[in-house]
Ligand binder design. Structure first.
Ligand SMILES: [Zn+2]
Length: 255
């Protein structure tokens, strides 16, 4: 990948977000690759929306590129909440590339991909409706809460200006793709328990270690009164998909 962004595409644009999109979109076309298959390129999709969309010419996997000059932290702004929610439930939401570039040099510092199946309804949060102005009045935006996505589903392609091998990126993508077989509405729980598992300091843990997250999970799922059985069920789901091992009853190992 060429880490220098093609700034000449931004000539004549003053609006910062428009300018960034003009510059990062052609960069994506020349540098992004498909994380789901062996395709070394993605095609930019012509559209009139405020987003940069890419399509894999081989496996038809869709990607959306989000970029900003600050390091991407917890929250990413998205456009249409209802459309995104429907896309998630219908298994056709895009994968997200998150690009962080450095100014004034316009160089890429960090890039990661979030596979679409790691985005459950619980990580998109509806924003307050916009004021009754402009063409937007019929829909509300959303915030993608990246902090709620497990670390293993935020797959780095570039870390602090250093590229990771594409083979490693694709292996990590394929690993998390194992939860694809779950229905979209079931994945929220699985991903939340995986996130808790990944935040434990030790790869070996017991049921009690993960029950420590019960208050947090109860906040996310206020209607569920059986959190511990649900946690145990999700640990089995993760085990059956090869994301955990179970050396003995009640003992687990992160893989
Ligand atoms: Zn592909």
């Amino acid at each position: 990948m060429d880490l220098r962004l093609p700034t000449h595409f931004g000539q004549g644009y003053k609006n910062p977000s428009q300018l960034a999109r003009r510059i990062t979109e052609p960069w994506g076309k020349d540098n992004l690759y498909c994380c789901a298959c062996r395709s070394d390129r993605l095609d930019a999709q012509a559209n009139n929306a405020q987003v940069s969309d890419f399509l894999c010419p081989e496996c038809a996997e869709r990607y959306q590129l989000k970029s900003q000059s600050k390091k991407l932290g917890g929250r990413i702004l998205g456009s249409n909440y209802q459309k995104m929610l429907e896309a998630i439930l219908d298994n056709r939401s895009p994968n997200f590339f998150l690009l962080h570039y450095q100014l004034p040099e316009w160089v890429v510092r960090n890039l990661s991909v979030i596979p679409r199946f790691a985005i459950s309804p619980s990580v998109i949060i509806k924003r307050k409706p916009l004021s009754d102005t402009a063409a937007r009045k019929h829909w509300t935006g959303y915030v993608l809460n990246v902090a709620l996505i497990p670390d293993s589903a935020k797959i780095p392609l570039i870390i602090d200006g250093t590229e990771r091998p594409s083979r490693e990126v694709r292996e990590k993508f394929a690993r998390i793709a194992k939860i694809q077989t779950l229905k979209p509405e079931q994945r929220g729980w699985t991903l939340d328990v995986l996130r808790c598992v990944e935040s434990l300091p030790n790869p070996f843990f017991k049921n009690d270690d993960i029950y420590a997250f019960e208050p947090e999970l109860a906040r996310l799922y206020p209607d569920n009164r059986h959190i511990q059985p649900k946690i145990r069920q999700q640990l089995q789901v993760l085990r059956d998909r090869g994301l955990l091992r179970q050396p003995s009853r009640g003992v687990w190992e992160r893989v």
